[in-house]
Design a binder for this molecule. Structure first.
Ligand SMILES: C[S@@+](CC[C@H](N)C(=O)[O-])C[C@H]1O[C@@H](n2cnc3c(N)ncnc32)[C@H](O)[C@@H]1O
Length: 500
């Protein structure tokens, strides 16, 4: 049996974690069961997100061969592993909340290929980027007004620090000052185009854009260069509601702003006419909100993590009771919620949802109760897996083969966005992104990096070394620096520009 204790930093310090108190009862439960202990792994994490998709203990099959019920393309496998293995995952932060031994014993008994009868499943096994959690995420941004009305607080308050770092004046000033320096040097060579384009992806409530544009005007006046007159600030978001919010927030700059619906994973579709013309692509807290898979290297083999969303039958029964439904009707009602949104859902099914508020509460309860079962599906060849359009899974190889076993994000949405954005950049242009980046792969071996729940949305750290590796292959330098303008933040600034 192998024990992978990841949060080693928690074993020391003022309040060290009692590792044996968590491991002991779980191992006792395994020993009592008839499971082949030589094929078991126990993994301990510290899940820092209070709201997340995990249970205190989870059991994850490590499949020996391709499961016919998988949505992942079947692959011919070298018959290296012939027996299924099993991973038992413990969330140490919550390990004191349950009787661990009983809890694990029950889980071992309930699990089975066809599923645990004490769970109501919302989807078949899927790669995580295809999970219903991303439909919930998109719904959150689409119907943000309904959600915020129900919680009584704007989404920005739920971010660490209570507001986006993209509003930080010093950071904005630094960015604009260096843009002016570039424009001055191009102007001195008669190489500055008349139109000066800046693009922001995922503007949220528009506060970031407002901070940027207000500062731009002030600095331009100081600078005396008349750049504001030539500025075009383009904002694209996939939520029409967010687009309107952001547009309203920058009404003072209406002459210089265009706001439109755009999927951040395919910016070229709408912005292709600006190829090589954009001086700055500005993205904050969006990449961590784009769909992502996870892959793992375990015992020399490569796996993709498959997930299956569920509610416990108890949670489903409690939720069903609030909307005059049966527990087994909940998956269908959730699908309708996602298709229609809370307002239309209340109109379409008044017997279950007599008001938008009831529909919103249903949405929030389902989201809070939503969990993900996981299993490891073997991948025979990385070249058979696509990270994003035109980006082969082979890009993962140096990272997966970087040492000991590892499980990491593929950041598929961020990679898709990145490779579809860089062709827009002017040869001296830059992509600047504030987000949660893992910058040292070893971090994946010592910390939990998502997915977690932020209010009604998903948060996932980003695989920085992977983005840098793909960037280099495309001829771009990708640099990561700790966000310099607020202490204690986990935000990292990623900068990408054409390699010198
Ligand atoms: C956490 S907010 C960030 C808002 C703002 N940039 C900030 O830093 O405060 C994430 C934004 O990304 C947008 N978003 C998420 N996925 C997207 C996608 N696939 N295409 C476009 N926008 C997306 C959301 O609608 C939301 O506006």
């Amino acid at each position: 049996m192998l024990v992978d204790f990841r949060p080693t930093g928690k074993l020391r310090g003022k309040k060290p974690v009692d590792a044996t108190a968590a491991l002991g009862p779980v191992i006792d439960a395994l020993v009592e069961d008839s499971v082949d202990l030589s094929r078991a792994r126990v993994v301990c994490d510290w899940v820092q997100y209070r709201n997340n998709f995990r249970d205190v203990v989870d059991i994850r099959p490590i499949l020996a061969s391709h499961d016919r019920n998988s949505e992942v393309t079947p692959v011919a496998l070298a018959a290296v592993v012939t027996e299924e293995q099993m991973e038992v995952a413990i969330d140490l932060r919550r390990s004191g909340e349950v009787e661990l031994k009983d809890f694990t014993r029950e889980l071992m008994r309930a699990g089975g290929a066809s599923g645990d009868p004490s769970r109501v499943y919302l989807e078949p096994w899927l790669v995580t980027s295809a999970s219903i959690i991303w439909d919930f995420n998109a719904l959150y941004w689409k119907a943000l007004d309904v959600w915020e009305q129900a919680t009584g607080q704007p989404y920005e308050k739920t971010l660490p620090g209570g507001e986006s770092d993209a509003r930080n004046r010093d950071a904005v000033r630094e960015m604009i000052t260096s843009l002016f320096a570039l424009w001055d040097s191009l102007a001195a060579r008669n190489a500055l185009p008349e139109e000066l384009y800046v693009v922001e992806l995922g503007p949220g409530n528009g506060n970031q854009a407002k901070a940027w544009l207000d500062e731009f005007v002030a600095l331009d006046q100081e600078h005396g260069s008349d750049y504001y007159r030539r500025l075009h600030y383009l904002m694209g978001d996939y939520s029409p509601h967010v687009v309107e919010l952001a547009r309203a927030a920058v009404a003072d700059h209406a002459q210089h702003v265009s706001a439109f619906v755009l999927d951040a994973t395919q910016p070229l579709t709408a912005l292709g006419f600006l190829r090589y013309k954009i001086f700055l692509v500005y993205i904050s807290n969006v990449y961590d909100n784009l769909p992502a898979d996870e892959v793992a290297q375990i015992g020399g083999r490569t796996y993709i993590v498959e997930t299956r969303a569920y509610l416990t039958r108890q949670a489903a029964a409690e939720i069903a009771h609030t909307v005059s439904a049966q527990p087994d009707e909940i998956p269908g009602l959730i699908r309708k919620l996602i298709r229609l949104g809370p307002a239309l859902l209340a109109e379409a099914l008044p017997a279950h949802f007599p008001s938008v508020q009831v529909a919103a509460e249903f949405w929030q309860r389902c989201w809070a109760a939503l969990r993900l079962e996981e299993r490891y599906q073997p991948l025979a060849g990385l070249d058979l897996y696509q990270i994003a359009p035109g980006v082969s899974g082979e890009m993962l190889r140096p990272l997966l083969e970087s040492g000991a076993d590892i499980r990491m994000h593929v950041s598929n949405g961020a990679v898709a966005s990145f490779v579809d954005t860089v062709p827009l950049l002017h040869p001296f242009g830059r992509l600047i992104c504030y987000d949660l980046f893992v910058t040292d792969l070893h971090n994946y071996r010592t910390s939990f990096r998502g997915p977690g729940k932020y209010d009604g949305s998903v948060v996932n750290w980003l695989n920085g070394p992977l983005l840098a590796h793909i960037g280099r292959r495309k001829g771009f330098d990708v640099d990561y620096q700790r966000f310099a303008h607020r202490t204690g933040t986990n935000i990292v600034t990623m900068t990408a520009q054409v390699r010198d």
